[in-house]
Ligand binder design. Structure first.
Ligand code: GAP
Length: 488
C-alpha cells in the first residue's frame, strides 16, 4: 500500500504509540495548542534543525557561489532572547498590527477565527457551522493581538509589560550592526536563527501544524536594493530544493507566489512553500515556509520608527504633533558599500520556516503501510516510516538473534562502537520479526542482527528498512557501509 492512505488519525496514533509527539500536560487533560516531543520526536526534530543549520549556515562555503546564487555570500548564526525590549515590537508593527479577527458565540462561549467560520464546527450537537443553530448568537468580528503578554520584574503594571516573541526575526534585525562590526561579513550576507516563537492562536488545530508554541528556522538575508530581486529568486529555489532533498515529493510540494493583495504592506514579493498535508482536502496545500522580499522595511523601522504605506512609499507613522507614533532606536543601520562607494539601507530576503511543520510534513510523507513476509513466509502488514536517513531519529538498531551463545555480548559491542558516531539502539527482547517491525515504525533505516553464523565468520545481517532486504556484511566493514548509506 502506498502512503496515499495516510490519514491524520494514523499519524497522530503512530506519534503517540512510538513516542514522537504527546499532548502537553496530558495527565491533566491537556492544554490546547501545546505539544511535547517524546524520545523519538526530539531526535527527529533535532535532526531537522541540525540539517537546516548544517545546510544553510555551518556548511556554507562563502568562497564559492552556490548554483543559482548571484554571487558569493556570508552566513552567520545568532541565538537571541525570547523576551526583548517591548519597543522592538512597537517599531516592528507587531504591537499594533499582529492580530487576527475573531468572532464569539454569546450562547456557547466558543471563539472562532473570523476567516475560518466556513470551516469551523459549532460545539452544539448535531455539529453545524457556527451561526447555523437557532440559539447561536455571534458577535461582530473583533481584533485579537496574537502576542503573549508577560511582566518583567516584580511590578505588575503597564511599565513592566513585555511579550514572548511571535517570530525570531526581530532578534536578527536589531543585532544587524553588532554582527556587521564583529563577524567580518560584508553585504550580501545572511543571519540565521533557530528558536521558539509564541502566538496565542485563536484556534490552534491540525496537530502541531498550528500551535501556540513552536519553533522557527529563519534567515534574514541582507543585500543591496539592486540585487534584491535576484536574491529573492535564489532563496525561493534554494529552499524548495532543500525540502525535495529531504524526501518531500514534488507533487505534494508547491511554491505559491502571493498576489499583491495577499502580501504584507512592506513586502515586494512573497512566496509560500506549501505541502499537501493529509488533513487538507484534495488539491489544498498548507504553508511550510514563507520566503519574503521585505525591502528595507525592517532596518528602517528600527532606525526611524513604525512605518506605514503611503502610496508607493513607506513612511514613518506620525501623531498629530508630527512625532513618530512608535519611535525606532534612532541608530544608523545603513551600510557603506566599499566596492561601490555607496551608502544604503540593505534590503532583506527572509526565508522563514517552521521546524514543527517541517517535522510534521516529513512524518506524513514517510508514513506507509505495506505487507512483508514473516519468518514463515506469511505476509504481515506493517507500518513503516520511510524517513530520509539524515533525519531518522535512530540510524541503526542492533539485535542478537537469541539471548545466548555469546550473541548478546557481540551485539552489545557492535552497538557501543556505532553509538560513538550515531544514535543507535540495542534490543534483545521479543521475536526478531517484532523487533524489526518496531524499528520500521520508528523509521530506523538499518537493523543489524548477530546470529549463529557470526560466531563462525564475524559477519552479521544488515537489513534495509525500505526493501527489507538482508545481506551479510563483515563486522569490521559495518561502520564504513553505514557512513556511506547514511550520507545518501
Ligand atoms: N518572520 C516571518 C514569519 O514569522 P510566518 O509566515 O508568520 O512568517 C513563518 O511564519 C513560519 O513559521 C510558517 O511558515 C510556519 O512554518 C511557522 N509557523 C507560523 N505560525 C505557526 C504556528 N502557529 N504553529 C506552527 N508553526 C507556525
Amino acid at each position: 500500500m502506498s502512503n496515499s492512505s495516510t490519514t491524520m488519525d494514523k499519524i497522530v496514533a503512530l506519534c503517540k504509540r512510538r513516542g514522537f509527539i504527546f499532548q502537553s500536560s496530558e495527565i491533566y487533560g491537556g492544554i490546547g495548542g501545546f505539544w511535547d516531543y517524546g524520545p523519538l520526536g526530539v531526535e527527529l526534530k533535532r535532526n531537522v534543525k541540525e540539517t537546516w543549520w548544517r545546510d544553510m549556515v555551518s556548511g556554507h562555503d562563502e568562497t564559492t557561489a552556490p548554483a543559482g546564487a548571484p554571487s558569493t555570500y556570508g552566513m552567520v548564526g545568532l541565538d537571541t532572547t525570547i523576551i526583548m525590549d517591548p519597543k522592538v515590537w512597537k517599531a516592528s508593527g507587531h504591537f499594533d498590527l499582529f492580530y487576527d479577527l475573531f468572532v464569539d458565540c454569546k450562547t456557547c462561549k466558543a471563539r472562532f477565527r473570523a476567516d475560518q467560520i466556513e470551516s469551523s464546527a459549532c460545539p452544539r450537537k448535531p455539529s453545524r457551522r457556527p451561526g447555523e443553530h437557532d440559539e447561536c448568537e455571534l458577535t461582530e468580528p473583533r481584533e485579537f493581538n496574537l502576542m503573549f503578554k508577560t511582566y518583567v520584574g516584580a511590578l505588575l503594571d503597564p511599565t513592566a509589560e513585555a511579550y514572548l516573541r511571535p517570530e525570531t526575526a526581530q532578534g536578527m534585525f536589531v543585532n544587524f550592526k553588532n554582527v556587521l562590526s564583529t563577524a567580518r561579513v560584508k553585504v550580501p550576507f545572511g543571519i540565521a536563527q533557530i528558536g521558539k516563537a509564541f502566538r496565542n492562536e485563536i484556534t490552534p488545530r491540525n496537530f502541531t501544524f498550528r500551535s501556540r508554541e513552536f519553533e522557527q528556522m529563519e534567515i534574514e538575508f541582507f543585500c543591496s536594493p539592486e540585487s534584491s530581486e535576484a536574491w529573492y529568486a535564489y532563496w525561493r529555489d534554494r529552499r524548495v530544493a532543500w525540502y525535495e532533498a529531504l524526501g518531500l515529493k514534488s507533487e505534494k510540494l508547491q511554491l505559491r507566489e502571493h498576489g499583491p493583495s495577499e502580501r504584507a504592506h512592506y513586502s515586494c514579493g512573497t512566496a509560500d512553500i506549501e505541502y499537501a498535508f493529509p488533513f487538507l482536502p484534495d488539491g489544498e496545500f498548507g504553508e511550510l515556509e514563507g520566503v519574503s522580499h521585505r525591502s528595507d522595511f525592517d532596518l528602517r523601522s528600527h532606525m526611524e520608527g513604525k512605518l506605514v504605506r503611503d502610496g508607493d512609499e513607506l513612511v514613518v507613522a506620525r501623531d498629530e504633533h508630527g512625532q513618530p507614533v512608535q519611535p525606532g532606536s534612532g541608530k544608523d543601520l545603513s551600510y557603506f558599500d566599499d566596492a561601490t562607494q555607496t551608502k544604503y539601507v540593505p534590503h532583506v530576503i527572509e526565508p522563514s520556516a517552521g521546524a514543527d511543520r517541517t517535522t510534521l510534513a516529513l512524518l506524513c510523507e514517510a508514513y506507509a503501510e505495506d505487507a512483508i513476509p514473516d519468518e514463515k513466509g506469511v505476509p504481515q502488514e506493517r507500518v513503516v516510516l520511510r524517513l530520509h536517513p539524515r533525519i531518522a531519529p535512530v540510524k541503526a538498531a542492533v539485535f542478537p538473534l537469541v539471548k545466548k551463545d555469546g550473541q548478546p555480548e557481540i551485539a552489545a559491542a557492535i552497538y557501543r562502537g556505532l553509538k560513538r558516531r550515531w544514535n543507535a539502539f540495542y534490543d534483545e527482547k521479543g521475536s526478531i520479526g517484532k523487533r524489526y517491525r518496531r524499528q520500521d515504525e520508528s523509521g530506523t533505516p538499518f537493523c543489524i542482527t548477530v546470529d549463529h553464523q557470526t560466531l563462525d565468520d564475524e559477519t552479521v545481517t544488515l537489513r534495509d528498512r525500505d526493501t527489507t532486504e538482508q545481506r551479510r556484511v563483515k563486522i569490521v566493514e559495518l561502520e564504513s557501509i553505514l557512513a556511506e548509506r547514511l550520507s545518501d
